[in-house]
Design a protein around this ligand. Structure first.
Ligand SMILES: Cc1cc2nc3c(=O)[nH]c(=O)nc-3n(C[C@H](O)[C@H](O)[C@H](O)COP(=O)(O)OP(=O)(O)OC[C@H]3O[C@@H](n4cnc5c(N)ncnc54)[C@H](O)[C@@H]3O)c2cc1C
Length: 306
């Protein structure tokens, strides 16, 4: 019932538009709205304020065979100290997930451990100053520490995809991490956003890279979460919209990416990061067609998650 009323409310465009500024002002003026937020939005979308407090949610989901992904969702951090704290918290989620079947994966956003403006500069191929180069190599070390901890503890880790204008830097780091830690199986998973019209080609290119360099890639396939922002920026800055022309085109490339990964399932591990019923059904059908169910029943299925 809570989900029903919540989703009914947040499907109202007007409310969603004015909601953030009203909430922000109410918090600024010290109005007592925190308990209201905690009992509604927060309760639905947040598993817990600390790793320990997530325990109950993880347990209650696992009763129904639903695994959890521990996600320390900090965004917009800008200081080295905050980046280090975020790295440490992500590492704690990995250690908590070690050996626990109910926590299927851990995940992080590169912008939680690296400055957005720096990623933007690297992505556009601009020359970095000495200070910026040093900051970028520190950020790369944080990412390496996170992925190495995942590798050492046998925990699979997703690197989220973000805005297209910082994604080149994220791609480069994700490929490097897969090269280091996916020598015998996928530990690090790169995320591919199929709402971008260039990403199906990128997926194929990335797979070729993995074959040439002898590692096993992991891909989280998603449609993408920043559509409005992407379109607005492309108009404002007069460049080609990186997003597909319409929803049908995103759906088509998403399903094509699923087919491509399943065709190469001997080398690729995937997570289908979607709520879309047709894509989920397609994946189940493809698994069936490829007689993967025999493998699942016989050996347990290791390379595919929805
Ligand atoms: C486990 C998991 C991990 C995720 N990780 C990431 C991540 O790392 N990075 C990220 O960006 N997102 C991520 N997402 C969010 C995801 O990208 C989608 O926004 C969200 O899941 C909704 O898409 P869908 O496939 O579930 O379903 P649907 O409801 O079928 O698709 C909605 C999506 O279709 C696309 N779309 C809608 N209208 C149009 C249009 N007019 N033209 C073109 N495309 C359109 C948009 O991407 C929209 O979000 C993740 C989601 C899940 C479940």
């Amino acid at each position: 019932m809570r989900a029903y009323w919540l989703f009914k409310l947040i499907s109202n465009n007007f409310l969603v538009k004015i909601g953030p500024s009203i909430t922000y002002r109410a918090l600024q003026f010290g109005l007592p709205i925190k308990p209201l937020i905690k009992a509604t939005l927060y309760k639905h979308f947040v598993g817990g304020e600390t790793i320990e407090k997530c325990g109950e949610t993880i347990k209650s989901l696992w009763k129904y065979n639903v695994g959890s992904i521990l996600d320390y969702s900090v965004e917009g951090a800008e200081t080295e100290q905050l980046f280090n704290e975020t790295r440490d918290e992500i590492i704690s989620t990995i250690k908590r997930a070690k050996g626990d079947k109910s926590i299927s994966f851990c995940v992080f956003k590169v912008t939680g451990v690296a400055k957005f403006s720096l990623l933007e500069k690297v992505s556009s191929g601009l020359h970095l100053s000495i200070t910026e180069s040093a900051a970028f190599s520190t950020a790369q070390s944080r990412i390496d520490e996170i992925c190495k901890t995942a590798y050492d503890n046998g925990v699979k880790i997703f690197i989220d995809a973000e805005e297209s204008w910082i994604q080149n830097a994220i791609d480069e780091m994700a490929e490097k991490m897969m090269l280091f830690y996916n020598k015998t199986e996928a530990v690090v998973f790169h995320t591919i956003q199929l709402y971008r019209h260039d990403r199906l080609a990128y997926l194929k290119h990335s797979f070729d890279h993995s074959r040439n360099y002898g590692y096993y890639p992991g891909y989280k396939l998603v449609r993408g979460a920043y559509m409005e922002k992407e379109r607005e920026r492309a108009v404002d800055m007069h460049y080609e919209d990186p997003i597909q022309p319409d929803k049908a085109a995103s759906d088509k490339d998403y399903d094509e990416a699923l087919r491509f990964c399943l065709d190469n399932i001997d080398r690729i591990s995937i997570c289908a990061g979607t709520h879309n019923e047709n894509s989920s059904l397609l994946l189940a059908t493809l698994m069936d067609e490829k007689v993967l169910h025999v493998i699942i029943q016989t050996f347990g299925f290791r390379n595919c998650w929805v």
